[in-house]
Design a protein around this ligand. Structure first.
Ligand SMILES: [Zn+2]
Ligand SMILES: [Zn+2]
Length: 162
């Protein structure tokens, strides 16, 4: 890998295969624009910032692209519905044949971010969630609602058996 100090990373992350071969590979790290990925995460989840570490290794017939995307995503707690920030880090690896003119890393980044499924979706392990009866946030309010009587099913069963 050499001669890439003066190389301008394409904003759209679509690299020319020729450039990578001329440089005999490339290693770079760049900030991604969250606006480019606004439509990827399911609302209300939203990517707040992301960084891509990218490494191209040139081989005789292929270019190996290895990427690591890390950043912060704002997600909704599945228990209390509050939005909170969660960190993520995902890798991708792909071989691109050198006979193709371009290396579309934007596609790889989008595909990787679209599969961000196993991010934490509970704001904290101790989150008490919302009360199923009055809807209050039980992390903040101690309501006096009682869960439905445990024997209601038994009494219903009773009725049917009569
Ligand atoms: Zn929560
Ligand atoms: Zn309640």
């Amino acid at each position: 890998m050499k001669n890439y100090q003066n190389y301008d990373i394409p904003q759209d992350l679509i690299f020319k295969t020729r450039d990578i071969l001329d440089m005999e590979g490339l290693q770079c790290s760049l900030a991604l624009n969250p606006a480019d990925f606004a439509d990827i995460s399911r609302p209300p989840a939203k990517i707040k910032n992301a960084r891509l570490k990218l490494r191209f290794s040139a081989m005789p017939k292929e270019i190996l692209a290895q990427g690591e995307i890390s950043g912060k995503i704002s997600v909704q707690c599945s228990r209390c519905l509050k939005m909170f920030d969660s960190n993520f880090s995902e890798d991708f690896t792909r071989l691109f044949p050198t006979k193709e003119e371009i290396i579309d890393i934007m596609y790889m980044v989008k595909e990787t971010l679209a599969l961000l499924e196993n991010i934490q979706n509970i704001c904290s392990s101790g989150c008490k969630g919302l009360c199923g009866i009055c809807g209050c946030d039980r992390n903040k309010v101690q309501c006096s609602c009682r869960p439905p009587a445990a024997n209601s099913f038994a009494s219903l069963k009773d009725k049917f058996e009569k």
